[in-house]
Design a binder for this molecule. Structure first.
Ligand SMILES: Cc1cc2nc3c(=O)[nH]c(=O)nc-3n(C[C@H](O)[C@H](O)[C@H](O)COP(=O)(O)OP(=O)(O)OC[C@H]3O[C@@H](n4cnc5c(N)ncnc54)[C@H](O)[C@@H]3O)c2cc1C
Length: 319
């Protein structure tokens, strides 16, 4: 392997989706960039691997919606530059009781951000989604056209390829153990466990669930944050109903603001049997963990997901 330059405009630490995208965007703006990753590139121990992640513009937090709207253009630009797709668009359905504070905030955010949306009742939800969703009588749905599925591993690979194409230097098996201000020269020095040293005008840290560990290592400070283990569950769709759950036929990504909060997408995983599974994540019952060798983090109870069966009209069978 050729020797690596030691001086950069920006050193990015952590090559998940955040770091890889950051390296690409900086390199594209003409910056001399180094991206350092502790494991192999495209490893499965962080958060940014797999085949499906929800992307939607409906959030209770106003600023998220604005960021997602802005990102739509950036995803398109990156896809055009690489020549393949990582973002598959579909509609998005939020649902819950009308008094739910988060759902109210989501509707308010749609209004203030001028996001086209429809607030619909149970019958309208049934009609719009061909009877696939059957929400409780006292719930409402919020339907928007701006949802979809991102393919995370493919997206990380895309950003890393584009970063290299735009001149960035990428190195894996480089665990950063030292980040220090360079008081003589200005800027930052970054050191790795295997003894490499680099200098950067600036440094961007995107180490996801390893943030506490890195901050403790480089500064001996303890951050009040905890990584949570998140599970994804899959359901096989009963024979004859596969089309109803496919992205091509308009099955939306969705979020349920019931107790617990559940979200899901039409899955793009396992191409041989594609569109016969749905990915769901729930945020309750997650256990704090030490990030290390697990693919993604926390087992959520089966009862949380049993709720999904009620909404999806028992068209799904075993997990
Ligand atoms: C199961 C699951 C489902 C999810 N579903 C969704 C969804 O549907 N929609 C959505 O928007 N979001 C979803 N998320 C969240 C989303 O995936 C994450 O927010 C995103 O992937 C975080 O990316 P990241 O780059 O910050 O972290 P990571 O992907 O974890 O990347 C951090 C990188 O830093 C590296 N690193 C750490 N320490 C060092 C060091 N000292 N030196 C060098 N490198 C280091 C790590 O090895 C890793 O590669 C989900 C997450 C999970 C786990």
């Amino acid at each position: 392997m050729e020797s690596v330059a030691k001086e950069f405009d920006v050193i990015v630490i952590g090559a998940g989706i955040m770091g890889s995208c950051t390296a690409y965007q900086l390199a594209k703006r003409g910056k001399k960039v180094l991206l350092l990753e502790q494991f192999d590139f495209l490893h499965h121990r962080g958060s940014s691997h797999g085949e499906s992640r929800t992307i939607r513009c409906t959030y209770p937090e106003d600023y998220y919606s604005q960021m997602v709207l802005e990102s739509a253009k950036l995803w398109e630009e990156a896809e055009a530059e690489i020549g393949y797709r990582v973002y598959f668009k579909t509609g998005h359905l939020d649902m819950g009781v009308p008094s739910d504070k988060s759902l109210q905030a989501v509707i308010a955010s749609c209004e203030s951000n001028l996001i086209p949306h429809r607030v619909v009742n149970r019958e309208q939800v049934m009609h719009e989604f061909s009877g696939v969703f059957d929400i409780p009588e006292n719930w409402i749905g919020l339907s928007t056209d701006l949802g979809g599925v991102l393919k995370p591993t493919k997206a990380v690979s895309m950003f890393q390829t584009l970063a290299i194409k735009n001149g960035a230097v990428l190195r894996d098996y480089m665990e950063v153990t030292e980040i220090k201000k360079d008081y003589e020269r200005g800027g930052i020095t970054v050191g790795t466990k295997n003894g490499s040293k680099f200098w950067g005008e600036k440094c961007v840290v995107t180490v996801g669930a390893w943030m506490s560990k890195l901050v403790k290592t480089v500064s001996n400070r303890v951050l009040p944050i905890k990584p949570l283990h998140t599970s994804i569950c899959y359901w096989r769709i009963k024979d004859g109903y596969q089309d109803k759950f496919s992205l091509e036929d308009g099955f939306p990504s969705f979020s349920s603001y019931g107790e617990p909060y559940i979200y899901g997408t039409p899955s793009l995983e396992f191409p041989v049997i594609s569109a016969v599974k749905i990915k769901c994540g729930g945020f309750l019952g997650h256990e704090p963990v030490t990030p290390c060798f697990l693919a993604c983090f926390a087992i959520t109870s089966a009862t949380e997901f049993a709720l999904l069966f009620t909404y999806l009209k028992l068209l799904l069978s075993s997990s």
